[in-house]
Design a protein around this ligand. Structure first.
Ligand code: ADP
Ligand code: ZN
Ligand code: ZN
Length: 801
């Protein structure tokens, strides 16, 4: 039991009969700490290593269950525990972790900011900062080593120290004395001394004549799959004039905090700019670089380029190589990579979202590649945006931050245009890459011209064939998986549609693997099942309308339907489909890309998976089956996403010297986002969209926070939403922020029911981040508005369904 005795005076405080050396605030991972500042514990004298960033074990709750956490603050013993706590009630830190999990102080400050800004308990931020494999010590092999301390080992002295001098005790001491090395592994020692149990060694340790230490070795292959480093990725091209100018401009600002938006059209060689900046950083300073890439599994090429140029961790070299941090590694590999960064052995980290928390001590440059990607936002606690955390980390560390994209988020573009960020542009493709020719096909006209439903227009079919005949490759994008997006009664007066029983969503029809059609009355009838894309519930297809009994019809499109049509229209072509249904095992994605690169696939068809940073010179044609899939979603970023997706996939064409061709099919090609993406007019799109947002009072002009309440019981959900709205409105009033902040709601979410839960939301909009924070903090302190099982607070949300 832990008890603290207080007797006043200088030597006054004791914990467990040991004097108190000071107090530590500890962020405990269980997230019990609502205020977000950590819980207070006493540090007994003699417990070394308790510093900010140390990982410690502390007793938690009534049962004093040991829990781990990080030290986030320290106080001197004379100053007392603080926070109005009575010293006698403060428990003691149990132990300090020595497995090398201490974090740099700068990272502790960053975690505190994340907890405050994203309204998340501090302990949960640490749970996210520390990869699971690291926490569990994956790949760690512990061994005990024994050495002589130099104490008196003569029989008398031993007896005096309370050791019964047996034959075994002697044998242990003789073996240790005669060993070649200072220390001997415990197991080896016992064998050599002919002793069965560790008892004699332990008794000698108690007497202080030998020491037993635990050594931890990290054994994990550092070979991170080599990330398919092709030879052409490792050469060092001469920078174009644009690239050289970008490197010079950002490079001269490397020694201080600043955000630089690098807008470069697809194929303008942004990666080369990052690489040269990193090379400059490594030679001119002692500092390190963090490179964030979205969904690393989808960007093996980018990672490969970094590894090829800067070496892999463990190779040696000036940078100590690149450490790679992502979920595709085994926990042990991840742990090994993480430790290399923490120990300062690798000065470059390439990783996905959570690598923004890499335990690098001195960060000089942070690159966020494809900064517009929504995967940088974590959709569970802590709901942080890695790009924004990167900017904060850069500010705290005095590091340069480079945001790169061909289609920057309107947030970043807005800041660049208003002068808060530097703007560096690469308006041309690198020498040797041509700008692809982009054409539009109006699907409404196409439907009139062609009889029956065709997802592939005659124009696209023609180009697919031409590309095939030339021995070149095609990419075909449709950002919707399955075969048909809904099932309904063909009779409009009936109007029945097959929806999910648990969600406000249509069931999507999927073909079965293998046999996918049967012949009925001479026509092919697809065979399959229906699935909800929100809760993944799966059911049998309703063959007949349950209301009027008519035979149901399949509507809408999906990648499987395109695949079927490609097989009919492009006989003999080698087609491969890439979506979440076909990419089910780790390594699937890389395998298919490897085959595509080797020319074993003619047409690669897929969802947005194929739109990301792929760089294959063999691709002549890019076809977009329907640019409209996301445009009508009830989300104010629908237009922005559509513009980005079409522009990004178009940028995959024509990377091999020969001019590429892009065909964009759309039911509504006059929609601004589609027309401007086709014209390659980012600036025009951004200007128009920013004006629309300004009029509606939406981000990036204002800041948004959203609180989603969910409950299986609709009335309970509504009660919670109403209480939340009250809490937010009273916080606005308390802070006298009526002019700068507005609340909307409570109202049903666009997806009002999800996986059997009703969902309502309260939306807070404020003129600036400071006001948003003030209001949220006030609601948190006054009405305990915090994220829990029923409540999700999302600051700067990117998904609004
Ligand atoms: P982005 O990311 O801007 O779309 P990448 O960085 O993928 O462009 O570069 C496109 C291709 O051009 C890559 O294969 C890259 O190796 C090559 N490249 C980059 N810079 C140059 C250059 N200065 N000269 C020739 N090729 C280059
Ligand atoms: Zn569902
Ligand atoms: Zn019907």
């Amino acid at each position: 039991m832990i008890h603290v005795v207080y007797n006043g005076g200088m030597a006054g405080l004791f914990v467990d009969d040991r004097p108190v050396a000071g107090y530590a605030r500890v962020a405990v991972e269980q997230g019990v700490d609502v205020a977000g500042e950590g819980l207070t514990y006493a540090v007994p004298t003699g417990m070394e290593g308790v510093a900010i960033g140390a990982r410690v074990a502390v007793p938690l709750g009534r049962g004093n269950k040991p829990a781990s956490g990080y030290v986030v603050g320290l106080r001197a013993a004379e100053d007392g525990p603080g926070g109005g706590l009575e010293p006698a009630r403060v428990k003691a830190v149990l132990s300090v972790d020595r497995d090398g999990l201490a974090l740099p102080e700068g990272l502790i400050e960053l975690a505190k900011w994340v907890a405050g800004y994203y309204a998340c308990p501090l302990g949960m931020v640490f749970a996210s900062v520390l990869p699971g494999g690291v926490k569990r010590g994956a790949g760690l092999a512990k061994r005990k080593v024994v050495r002589l301390t130099g104490g008196d080992t003569r029989d008398d002295a031993l007896r005096e120290a309370g050791v019964r001098v047996t034959k075994q005790v002697r044998a242990v001491l003789t073996t240790l004395g005669g060993a070649d090395d200072d220390e001997v592994e415990l197991g080896a020692l016992l064998t050599a001394a002919g002793v069965r149990s560790a008892g004699p060694v332990e008794r000698l340790a108690e007497a202080g004549v030998v020491s037993i230490e635990t050594r931890v070795d990290l054994r994990a292959g550092l070979d991170v799959a080599a990330e398919r480093v092709a030879a052409r990725l490792s050469d060092r091209p001469t920078p174009s004039a644009d690239q050289a100018a970008a490197v010079a401009r950002i490079g001269d600002a490397l020694r201080a905090f600043g955000v630089h938006l690098l807008r470069g059209v697809t194929g303008s060689g942004k990666t080369e700019v990052y690489l040269r900046l990193i090379e400059r950083l490594l030679t001119e300073t002692e500092r390190g670089a963090i490179v964030l890439v979205p969904e690393i599994a989808l960007t093996p090429q980018t990672v490969g380029r970094f590894v090829a140029r800067l070496g892999q961790a463990g190779d040696g070299g000036a940078s100590g190589g690149v450490a790679v941090l992502h979920s595709g590694l085994t926990p042990a590999q991840r742990h090994a990579q993480w430790q290399r960064v923490r120990r300062g052995e690798a000065r470059v980290v390439v990783g996905a979202r959570s690598a923004v928390f890499a335990p690098m001590r001195d960060v000089g440059l942070i690159v966020v590649d494809e900064e517009h990607e929504s995967s940088y936002k974590q959709d569970q606690l802590p709901r942080y945006h890695a790009r924004d955390v990167a900017i904060k980390r850069g500010q705290m560390a005095g590091a340069a931050v480079v945001l790169g994209s061909a289609t920057p988020s309107l947030e970043s573009w807005h800041h660049a245009k208003s002068g808060r960020y530097g703007l560096v542009e690469l308006p041309h493709r690198v020498p040797g890459l041509n700008v692809p020719r982009v054409e539009v096909v109006d699907l409404v006209e196409e439907r009139r011209a062609q009889r029956g439903i065709h997802l592939i227009s005659q124009r696209l079919e023609h180009e697919l064939r031409t590309t095939l005949d030339k021995g070149k490759q095609s990419l075909v994008l449709l950002n919707r998986r399955g075969f048909a997006s809904w099932v309904a009664c063909p009779d409009h007066r009936c109007g029945w549609q097959m929806s999910c029983e648990r969600c406000d969503a249509m069931m999507v029809f999927h073909l079965r693997r293998g046999v996918s059609t049967t012949s009925e009355n001479g026509r092919d009838v697809p065979r399959g099942y229906v699935r909800c894309h929100h809760c993944e519930a799966q059911r049998m297809l309703e063959q007949h309308c349950p209301v009027c009994g008519k035979r149901t019809t399949l509507f809408g499109l999906g990648t499987q339907r395109v695949e079927t049509e490609l097989a009919q229209k492009l006989r003999g072509a080698r087609v491969e489909r890439m979506d979440r249904d076909t990419m089910t095992r780790p390594g699937d994605y890389e395998r298919v890309l490897g085959r595509f690169e080797a020319g074993e696939i003619d047409v690669l068809l897929g969802t947005q998976m194929i739109a990301k940073g792929l760089d294959f010179p063999g691709v002549r044609l890019v076809g977009v089956i329907s640019a409209d899939t996301a445009i009508h979603l009830p989300d104010f970023r629908a237009a922005e996403r559509t513009f980005q997706l079409v522009s990004q996939v178009a940028g995959r064409a024509g990377r091999g010297g020969e001019p590429g061709v892009v065909i964009v099919q759309s039911f509504d090609p006059t929609v601004d986002a589609i027309a401007r993406a086709v014209a390659g007019d980012y600036a025009g799109f951004a200007e128009a969209e920013l004006a629309t947002r300004a009029e509606a009072g939406l981000p990036p002009w204002r800041r948004m926070a959203r609180v989603v309440l969910r409950d299986k019981d609709q009335a309970a959900c509504h009660r919670r939403a109403a209480a939340t709205a009250d809490a937010v409105q009273s916080a606005i009033d308390r802070e006298a922020a009526q002019q700068q902040a507005t609340m909307r709601g409570p109202m049903a979410c666009a997806m009002a029911r999800l996986a059997d839960h009703h969902r309502e939301q309260v939306v807070l909009l404020a003129d600036d981040a400071g006001t948003l924070q003030r209001v949220l903090t006030s609601a948190r302190n006054h009405d305990r508005l915090v994220s829990d099982a029923h409540t999700a607070i999302d600051v700067d949300p990117v998904a609004l369904l």
